[in-house]
Design a protein around this ligand. Structure first.
Ligand SMILES: Cc1cc2nc3c(=O)[nH]c(=O)nc-3n(C[C@H](O)[C@H](O)[C@H](O)COP(=O)(O)OP(=O)(O)OC[C@H]3O[C@@H](n4cnc5c(N)ncnc54)[C@H](O)[C@@H]3O)c2cc1C
Ligand SMILES: O=C(O)[C@@H]1CCCCN1
Length: 409
């Protein structure tokens, strides 16, 4: 809030719209590089109406696509740098101190991650190669290591021992705090209503009018609507995700709960979109197990889905749990909601607006963007400053979607 009788500052080097994890990390990099940056958020912070809330997200080195696995070493390093800068524990995993570290979350252990799928499945093989390991675990080897898992016939597991759990809410709060410490301005409860492109971009919100020579849009599930305003029809599909927590049949069972690894599935016929899980963090005794898919939704109407609406995800998850995680009950004990914003190929959009080169877009994180936010923020910062991006951006370009450009120009 500006002091009484003092005109509110209205001109910045860069404006970032959306203070989720991507916008917040982008603003952090800009402010670290001494750019006078305004970060605008429509809701009062913290909020749980977008994609970055909740206690936990998976961080892992392994990816079937090498253009993501190549970014992970830097992402781990930047997460660690933020931890060191602030003296805050942001994730639990090997790199952050390994097993038996005590923190606010209780007794912490290294989690690791297992990727489960049919033997020889191409993406599973790509994950194995991304880790540089030869070994896959069969049912007996997995059960010996993690007794909570029961692998079904023909399925194997690849182990990523670098993986862990990011403390999502705490990470978001921390990166926003450091952004402010670097001199950045964060205005929450202020919704952007209009963008007028030009050499100087004008942004009108519910509380003011701001100008900057560069604009970055990281508005999560709301990005599609902004892009329409700016003449672009991006294929972004917001999805409502049921975030489900499942109770251990035997409370405190040593084989599940807080000592289990994270997991994700690839290529299972009963769940072609994939299922993933994380150990108990937010609810002791409950394991988070979710379907990597959801129902199309307008983010403005996310709270209007009737509680009686069909939940096909629950059936898929129950059936998976009874075969692969028999120590869990087969009905969720807690259900929450989160949003994905999916692209048709599941890859991010990190690019300049094709007509207005001082407007940068970071969107379509398709349910896997949190772990990479430090690198995404760096890339969006580089794009906005007209620098050569640190990674090959071909997979993230807007032009991979035919027709989008024609609509714009
Ligand atoms: C259930 C679930 C599980 C996930 N698991 C993982 C995981 O294990 N590992 C992983 O790496 N990733 C995971 N993800 C993905 C990750 O959380 C997202 O990719 C990431 O949070 C996207 O961040 P964002 O900043 O793009 O979006 P958001 O967090 O939604 O931020 C966008 C912000 O823009 C604001 N905004 C929109 N319109 C306006 C406006 N007009 N004016 C001002 N502000 C505006 C919104 O209010 C919002 O705060 C998961 C996601 C979900 C939902
Ligand atoms: O990004 C991740 O690691 C997970 C994988 C499974 C789906 C949710 N996101």
């Amino acid at each position: 809030m500006a002091a009484p009788n003092q005109p509110q500052k209205s001109t910045y080097d860069v404006i970032v719209i959306g203070a989720g994890i991507q916008g917040s990390f982008t603003a952090y990099h800009l402010a670290q590089r001494h750019k006078d940056t305004l970060l605008l958020e429509q809701f009062l912070l913290p909020h749980s109406r977008g994609s970055s809330h909740g206690q936990s997200r998976i961080i892992r080195s392994t990816y079937p696509q090498e253009y993501y696995s190549r970014m992970m070493p830097e992402s781990f390093r930047l997460w660690q740098q933020l931890e060191a800068e602030t003296g805050t524990t942001l994730y639990r995993g090997k790199e952050s101190g390994g097993s038996c570290r005590k923190g606010e979350q209780g007794e912490l252990t290294q989690t690791g991650l297992v990727v489960l799928g049919p033997r020889g499945q191409p993406e599973l093989e790509a994950c194995r190669r991304s880790l540089g390991v030869d070994e896959v675990l069969d049912a007996a080897a997995l059960a010996q290591r993690y007794p909570g898992f029961r692998l079904q016939a023909g399925k194997v597991a690849v182990l990523d021992s670098t993986a862990g759990v990011l403390f999502a809410d705490r990470a978001l709060r921390t990166v926003q705090e450091v952004f402010r410490r670097y001199g950045g301005t964060l205005r929450d409860g202020e919704k952007v209503l209009r963008i007028e492109p030009g050499a100087t971009v004008t942004v009108t919100t519910t509380a003011g009018v701001y100008k900057a020579s560069r604009l970055i849009i990281t508005a999560g599930a709301w990005t599609g609507a902004f892009m329409e305003q700016l003449g672009l029809r991006l294929p972004l599909q917001p999805l409502r995700i049921d975030v489900c927590y499942w109770r251990e049949k035997q409370p405190g069972s040593a084989s599940l709960g807080s000592v289990s690894p994270c997991f994700l599935t690839l290529g299972l016929s009963q769940a072609p979109h994939g299922i993933y899980g994380l150990p108990s963090i937010e609810y002791p005794g409950l394991m988070k197990v979710c379907h990597h898919h959801g129902s199309p939704i307008d983010p403005e109407k996310r709270d209007q889905a009737p509680s009686s609406a069909p939940r096909p995800d629950i059936g898929i998850l129950s059936s998976f749990i009874s075969s692969y995680l028999p120590g869990l009950e087969t009905q969720p004990a807690v259900m929450e909601t989160c949003l994905y914003t999916n692209t048709p190929d599941g890859d991010f959009i990190l690019d300049r607006h094709p007509k207005f080169s001082n407007i940068i877009i970071g969107a379509g994180f398709s349910g896997h963007g949190f772990k990479l936010a430090p690198v995404v923020g760096k890339l969006l910062c580089e794009l906005s400053l007209g620098e050569e991006p640190s990674y090959n951006m071909a997979h993230f370009a807007i032009t991979r979607f035919p027709g989008v450009l024609r609509a714009a120009l």
